[in-house]
Structure formats: structure tokens, C-alpha cells
Design a protein. Structure first.
Length: 244
């Protein structure tokens, strides 16, 4: 089998990985045991590189269309897929072994994905601030310019220490409280009890993002909430997806 190609965004961190969106297909590929390799693309190079290989633009929540990552190329089928959700659907349909949408749960997991994306959105300036510090210079400049435009404030105003930072932490903690309530509805370590699914990958990808971009003490705080549940969940998903 020819290795698939996952297009991802590099960073200054060891191993490069940091993005929660590209973490999702990486976890799926690992879970299904599919061989793949990375092609690293800096932020300002995404549009020209994706245009060059023939990838389509991604439609954003606000209706805009633009080139984004992840993109997955499968030389075994000549497929080229944009967007983490569509990549998950493609991999499930093309390589059904080790299903990520068990018991015909794709519709429910899609609804879950939408709900999770809204959790903590009001505090996004804080992780954005942290992301801006771990990117290479060209990508950092691009990231800061585009995020300043979307949030309509300067990067120095994203999450200043003090009351605003405290509010962002409170929003993040509240989001994790909600996730705990959802996970507590079933016995077992996964959202569906003893059955692993893409829903767990969605949560693990966000936890992975926090672990990579936050300061060590900040991640330790998140990981320790609810008796260490979130650090353990990330470790469990990484093991399930052959990341460790």
C-alpha cells in the first residue's frame, strides 16, 4: 500500500505537531493502521500549494471559501480530500476496518462535533495568543494578521493577564465541565461507554492542542481537572491510535 499524504502546519515545537484540526485525521490514520507521511506547509504557503496540487477550497462557518489544512492525498485511489470531517468520512468509507462511526453513529457524531466546536469559543483569544508564539516567523505573521482581523483587536489585547485572562480560564473550565457531564452519561472511558469513536478523537484533538500550545503549568491545570480525567483521556486516545 502506498502511504497516504497528510498536509499539516509546522511549528517550532519538537515534532512540529500542534494543530487540533490536523490532529483529527492523524489520529484516524493511526487508529486504522494506515501508512502515511506528512508534508509540512507554512500558513502563507497553504493557498498556493493547495492550488498547485488541485485541492478544493474549504467553506467556512461564515460562508467564506479559502484553502485550509488538513488536506489528505490518497495515491491508492487518487483521492484528494479537504477538511477534517470529510477526511474522516472518506477514510471510514474507503478503509472500513476499525470503524470510527460505530453503530451508524455518523449523524450523531457530526452533531457532537458542532456542539464541541461552540464550547469555549468565547475564550478563543487565549489559545490564539499561545499559538502565535509557537509558529515559525512567516506563519506567525500570517496567523497574527488574520486573527487580529477576525477578532478586531491587536494580538497584545487578545488575553491580557488579569480579569480578562481569568474570564477565559473560567470559560474553558465551564466547557470541560460540560464535557464531563456528557462523558458521565455512560460507564466506560469513551463517550459511548466501552466503544471508541470519532467523538473521542474530536475531544482528544482539542486536548492535544492545549497540551502543545499552553505553557506546561497551564496544561497541567487542564489535565488535572476532574481528577486527572483529561490528561488520561488524551493518553488513552493516543494509545488507541498508536501514537505511543
Amino acid at each position: 500500500m502506498i502511504p497516504l499524504i497528510l498536509y499539516d502546519i509546522p511549528s517550532k515545537l519538537e515534532g512540529n505537531f500542534w494543530s487540533p484540526n490536523t490532529a483529527k485525521p492523524r489520529f484516524v490514520l493511526g487508529y486504522k493502521g494506515l501508512p502515511f507521511r506528512f508534508e509540512w506547509v507554512e500558513y502563507p504557503d497553504i493557498a498556493p500549494r493547495m492550488k498547485e496540487i488541485g485541492a478544493r477550497k474549504n467553506k467556512l462557518a461564515d460562508g467564506r471559501e479559502m484553502y485550509t489544512l488538513p488536506v489528505l492525498s490518497d495515491p491508492n485511489t487518487n483521492a484528494l480530500i479537504t477538511d477534517s470531517w470529510e477526511i474522516a468520512e472518506y477514510l471510514e468509507m474507503t478503509y472500513p476496518e476499525e470503524p470510527i462511526f460505530p453503530n451508524k453513529s455518523k449523524g450523531l457524531v457530526l452533531a457532537f462535533d458542532t456542539a464541541v466546536s461552540n464550547l469555549g469559543r468565547a475564550a478563543v483569544a487565549f489559545p490564539f495568543l499561545r499559538v502565535s508564539r509557537i509558529l515559525h516567523e512567516r506563519s506567525a505573521e500570517y496567523f497574527i494578521t488574520t486573527r487580529e482581523a477576525s477578532l478586531r483587536r491587536k494580538i497584545s489585547e487578545f488575553s491580557p493577564e488579569g480579569p480578562e485572562r481569568d474570564e477565559h480560564w473560567a470559560i474553558i473550565k465551564d466547557a470541560m465541565n460540560t464535557l464531563k457531564q456528557w462523558y458521565d452519561k455512560e460507564e466506560g472511558k469513551w463517550l459511548m461507554g466501552d466503544v471508541f469513536s470519532y467523538a473521542d478523537i474530536i475531544i482528544a484533538s482539542r486536548l492535544f492542542w492545549f497540551k502543545r500550545i499552553l505553557h506546561d503549568d497551564e496544561w497541567e491545570k487542564v489535565a488535572s481537572w476532574h481528577d486527572g480525567r483529561w490528561g488520561k483521556l488524551l493518553a488513552d486516545v493516543e494509545k488507541e491510535c498508536n501514537e505511543v
